[in-house]
Design a protein around this ligand. Sequence first.
Ligand code: ARG
Length: 464
Amino acid sequence: MKNVTWSSRFTKQIDAEVLDFSQSLSIDIVLYDVDIRVTSAHVQMLSSCGHIKASEAKAIIKGLNTVKKMAENDKLPWSIEYEDVHMNIENALVGIIGDLGKKIHLGRSRNDLVTTDLRLYLRDFIDLYLLKLRETQYVLANMAKEHSDSLFPGFTHMQVAQPVTFGHHLLAWNEMLFRDETRLLHTREIMNMMPLGSAALSGTSLKIDRKMVAKSLGFKSITLNSMDAVSDRDYVCDFAYANSMIMMHLSRISEELVLWMNPQFGLVDLDEGFCTGSSIMPQKKNPDVPELIRGKTGSVYGSLMGLLTLMKGLPLTYNRDMQEDKTLILESIDTTMSCLSLLPRLISTMKLNKNKGIEIASGFFSTATDLAEYLSKKGMPFRTSHHVVGDIVKFCEKKSLQLSDLTIDELKGFSALISNDVYKALDPMTCIKSRTGVGETSPASVTKQANAVLARLKKSGFKK
Ligand code: ARG
């Protein structure tokens, strides 16, 4: 058993099973890169504040770079006997540069170190997410332009409701993803505060320059209460929540894709590369990717619940329970990222069956509302129009007809306000073209909205 840093006050060595139980190296090893970045910044600051010599800082940073290279080349002798990534790195550094390496922990503790590392690590992931979300929005906006006048059925209660354009539907997805982007930017803002120097919980007796460390690590500011700083994991919960919302959106999109690909809808076809066949039914082409995205959503919600429950009973300040945060958030990130990564390609390779879109969007009395509005535009109170059109639908259903199949005399029988221009009003293309307001379904509105999305993406720095 190695002599770990805290062992001198103990007379007995840690129980082997407890060591295995309590180590976090197997999970937090991924933090090695940020841990070295943080320690380098801390050491620079210690030197600039006169707590160690400049030559010592130089030697330590050189040693840390060697540790980094060793880690990258799988040459670092990681050991769970040093519990976690932080103590493994410190130990490896001491192995390379000797006792000088023992100076790095001055004015800090693992309690502030772990949360500084985690903030940096998660912040980098948010930047990756933003890229994928923007890439998907780019795909959606361009497809929306291409399909700005493709008729598509709009549903409520999973029943055909009114005709829309396929482009309008794609832009609805886009809004969900834009909210996800906004939520992530807010989460990034919240985690972008630097806790190091809070030390164990109360700060340090040394005069240190926390702002210098914050600046060198690209943090916007420093945390303002050392006790809160070491025990705050709100930013982890926020990220897990943002992941849950992303997955909820992706799952809803997936559900639609699964339905639309069902031959009874036949509205879209997913690329074969995203589908699989059946081991027994030779004809099958199954939408596995959206099904899996829908399925994986549960475990991402689970991580959020796990984190909220983890934190709910913890008194200030650091408690070892908090070590479990990484297991939960890393799993949540892994799953969400794998789904997010597939999304732009899943969508850009899907094909709309335009004829099916026209067929379904034109049937099922989808323009009944427009007929009611036609009557009201001619002076009939809307409740009355609604009633009259209800009677017409009942009549058509009995005779297995569509609204536009009725003769002008049959229609006039329901209301004297109806004249020959009614057939134009019943045309689904007229319906969609008439909805020209902001965010409505007309081809003009869709094109305008899609262009606005593309302009915003460009402004955000996104390049295709
Ligand atoms: N491995 C620990 C964690 O992830 C690091 C902090 C340990 N601090 C302590 N006082 N034992 O939370």
